[in-house]
Write a protein that binds this ligand. Sequence first.
Ligand code: SF4
Ligand code: SF4
Length: 94
Amino acid sequence: MAGQTYMGIPREEIPWYPIIDADLCTNCNACMNFCTNDVFAQGEFTTIVSNPYNCVVGCNACVHECPSGAIIFPDKKEFVKILQELREKYKSLV
Ligand code: SF4
Ligand code: SF4
């Protein structure tokens, strides 16, 4: 979904997407089956995040689907600060 924006901010500048802890991932594919946005894919050894910017900003639903606690998202408070800074940066372009 290259070229997409969120609140006028290029999606690729927004650091909101899952990270998989490969040490915890059991390759069960629950996340891949759950997310309809094509964010996850089967890697060589574990499931991987293949399309991070397809993740819906603010969604962390797949965290609750992972039986191993292997999916990590940014801290929401920290993320809100980053988003506010980005909104300020792109304000004049909206
Ligand atoms: S947070 Fe939502 S959109 Fe993002 S990868 Fe997980 S289920 Fe998909
Ligand atoms: S749900 Fe968790 S354990 Fe299963 S493939 Fe995804 S990250 Fe790995």
